[in-house]
Design a protein around this ligand. Structure first.
Ligand code: G3P
Ligand code: CA
Length: 327
């Protein structure tokens, strides 16, 4: 059986504010095969790790009076967004901000880290990967799994991401065929463009339907699909056209688990994430994005060795059953 990849979604984002060096570092320590940075651009053309270019939800920018006038509303990929946008800030300005937990009601323990960590550049993340590899001295390199976020929007404002992503990978020795890299995007146009620029593996993200897998296979090496699309039949169909299947996103909180795997009724409490991952592993997937890489690696390793993992007690919480913010 080829290895099933554990992809640390935004780092160990269940345990640290997402997309911070500390989140990626913890993910590596916990046994992730790949770390996943979502990438957006600054005004001066630097790739930084954020899930979206609006940074009001994941940084303390709202507490910076010097940036109050930068708040604005714009339409991005057809959606009206209000807030502060990375393309309005230089990297030097971004570096004055500090990360905040995206889901404070579901992950209150992570709020202890609010205000402590910088927003990292893609280059800094690759430096972490390179330092990890040096420590491993000849062992398996840590994989990187960058996602271009809003690539059409950034191209339209004169901040294209594609060459910058490839240049940064090359700078850190991740450009050769066989390097542990997947470049992912929801935008097929972006992936087709990248196909003309690199032989590195590309992955088409899909949320609502699998679509024409044969067509996707003309430019991509895999699909990254929402759990709702990851039936055994869907996995087989993708494999039939030589597409890898990676599934997102596995999270331990009851809020994100199916009813039969929740433990108790508190949305922030942890349910049976192990059981959920096992279900998808049995469908033949090739990898999965997980906010808790330690759990992901443990379940994957046990599955491959044919041993059921020992159930770890979920983290108890007495939080009231509030709804989450964001995704
Ligand atoms: O990239 C896989 C998964 O992360 C896609 O969703 O919104 O978390 O980037 P998102
Ligand atoms: Ca992503």
């Amino acid at each position: 059986m080829s290895k099933i990849l554990v992809i640390a979604h935004r780092g160990a984002s269940g345990e640290r504010p997402e997309h911070t060096i500390e989140s990626y570092r913890l993910a590596i320590a916990e046994g992730a095969d790949y770390i996943e940075p979502d990438l957006v651009m600054t005004r001066d053309g630097v790739l930084i790790a954020r899930h979206e270019n609006e940074i009001g939800g994941t940084t303390d920018v709202a507490q910076h009076p010097e940036f109050a006038t930068r708040r604005r509303t714009q339409i991005i990929d057809g959606e009206t967004m209000a807030g502060w946008f990375t393309e309005d800030f230089t990297l030097a300005e971004i570096k004055t901000l500090r990360a905040r937990e995206r889901l404070p009601e579901l992950r209150p323990q992570n709020c202890a880290f609010d205000g402590r960590f910088e927003v990292p550049t893609f280059d800094e993340i690759m430096q972490l990967a390179a330092a990890t590899n040096r420590r491993r001295s000849g062992g398996v390199k840590i994989g990187v799994y960058p996602e271009t976020k809003h690539p059409a929007h950034f191209a339209a404002i004169g901040l294209p991401q594609e060459q910058a992503v490839l240049d940064t990978l090359r700078l850190h020795g991740y450009d050769a065929v066989g390097s542990p890299v997947f470049i992912q995007s929801f935008d097929p146009g972006n992936l087709r463009q990248l196909r003309g620029m690199t032989r590195l593996p590309l992955l088409q993200l899909l949320e609502h339907e699998l679509g024409d897998l044969g067509e996707i296979a003309t430019y991509a090496d895999g699909i990254g699909i929402a759990k709702s699309l990851a039936s055994a039949e869907g996995v087989l169909a993708a494999h039939a056209v030589n597409l890898k299947v990676h599934v997102w996103t596995f999270r331990a909180e009851n809020e994100f688990l199916p009813e039969d795997l929740r433990i108790g009724t508190v949305p922030a409490a942890h349910g049976d994430l192990e059981g959920e991952i096992q279900r998808f592993l049995r469908r033949g997937i090739d990898g999965f994005f997980v906010d808790f890489p330690a759990i992901g690696a443990r379940v994957r390793d046990a599955y491959i060795s044919g041993v059921q993992p020992l159930h770890q007690p979920p983290i108890a919480t007495s939080l009231p059953g509030k709804r989450p913010q964001g995704r």
